[in-house]
Design a protein around this ligand. Sequence first.
Ligand SMILES: [Zn+2]
Length: 652
Amino acid sequence: MVTAIEEIKARIDIAELIGETVRLRHSGKNYTGFCPFHHNVHTPSFAVFSDSGTWRCFGACNEGGDIFRFVMKKDGVDFTEALRKLAARAGVELHPRTAEEAKAEEEHARLRTLLELAATFFRNQLLATPEGAKVLDYLHGRGFSDATLETFQVGLAPAGWDGGIAFLRGKGYSDAELVGAGLAVEGEKSGLRDRFRHRITIPIRDASGRLCGFGARIVDPNDQPKFLNSPQTALFDKGRLLFGLDRAARAMRAAGEAVLVEGYLDVMAVHQAGFENVVSPMGTALTEAQLRLLKRNARRIVLALDPDAAGNAATLRGLELARETLDRGSEPVFDARGLLRYENRLQADLRVAAMPPGRDPDEVVRENPAEWKKRIAEAQPVVLHVLHTLIQGQNLDDPKVKAMVAARMLPLIEDVGDKVERDAYRQQVARTLRVDERTLSGTVAAQRSRRFQRPAVEQGGPVPAPGKSAPREAYNIGLLLRRPDLLFRLDRSFAEIGLERITGEDFLEPGHATIIDSIREAALQGDSEPEEYLAGHVSESLSGTLDAAREALLKFHGEGPPALDEALGSMLRLRWRALERQMIDLRFYLLEIEQPPEGSDVAETVAVRKEALERMNRIGEGMDRIQRALAERTPGDGAHTTIPRRTGNEEI
Ligand SMILES: [Zn+2]
């Protein structure tokens, strides 16, 4: 179940979720607004941090958390209910298959058989009719071999109105099923007719090779539209399918690279040339679900776009571009910021390979396979691709051009998740424009503060991703599961050092905070068997998280009794990290209220600022105390070791 929780977190944009309740103001990668949990109308005290997927109130609440905590607090529900709500929103399944789902699965299987029959029917139309012979000639003329057409099961929908319908009715399928499979449409007067008429049909399969629908291209150049897909059906969800993936996945894994092209015929042509790690979306903008499918097979994802799709300086307006291609009838959107967001979230390596001017991938690969290979190998990161596109044909000695390029590039660079990468891009832009890098940073700082925004780099760099701390967190949870009474001893030790007691906020992993709350309740009730208590109080959906915690304890500690020193050292490191995050958050917040929005109460802002500074001091002191305590306990060791120490422990 851990994966379901992770999946939900990855799929839900925290700013979008909270934005439905709180009016958020964009500020770099973060957001601010008025806290929905306490009376807060003048100085915004609430912030949302996209990178870490967390929120925090710097005012009366002084509380924060992830999306689950937000829903729990806002809707007054427990973790299970919050999980259920967010799972539904994210489209993630939490439970085993129900009877209805089993029934739906049966119906889907019948629809699939229907589609397979249709594919065979279309295939026969291509291979065994006079009209088919003409179309086959056309396809051969475009360079497709019989083997490729066979592999992809390319077919032909006949020109009449109900040839397909008559055939499939004859196989025992109802009109409702024909419509449900997306093969027939109900006309107002004409009754049921074939959806695909006089078109080349290309079956579209899911990652497991199951037939979901068809893409269909015109034969007669006067017909419209040029490309037609199956409609959205129970099986065909164009945002979640990639044409060719069933045949490409293995090659993607072997190459460690996935390549995206725009058209089905491009996919077929490139496969035929021996490059099988290539797929195509369904003629719409790339979705996160599609990139996720690719990421499962390869970290490096290359978008092979023809040049006008990849954008030239004239069409890159606002770094977003929508266009219609004649041959594909598609409207791919090259949205650099969107791509960077996906790249961050999926931890992928997204690149753009531009095709030579006026050439589609199928032409490039047919004329010169080596050229294709070279272009894909030389694919550039999204940011550099945009930079090169922007400066193409521009006079870089012109100060106005420099300013234009900087103004477009800098916000984009700020969207890059990795600090080292970000710095490198900034340097590259400075070098390309032949301006001082500090000037460049100054430009963006000025721009941002005018819009009440701060560049990400001034917020103290990226916040550690929750996943990275998972082993230590799981270890601590495992420890406290075995010995809940340790919690009070740890609280006491924390108090001796001058720290507040342990809370859910010391844990970043979703679910861990909830489990800690339950462990505390169990301990308060003097329950020596916390497992039983937890069984009744912790959601079934957290069982995977509990298992992982027990495993982590065994892995780092073994079966022996836990040592207080070990537990304390480990817990102190978690607290140090939590404080560090709060510090980073606070720093961002202080910058934000430096320039309060119009109409805000000046006296209040001053008071809020003073309080925030005091809080910052307290956090800093806490961090110092932890550093000292850790140094005393384990000489020579700072707060950065990632594995709980096992030496010098007093048995308890
Ligand atoms: Zn609040």
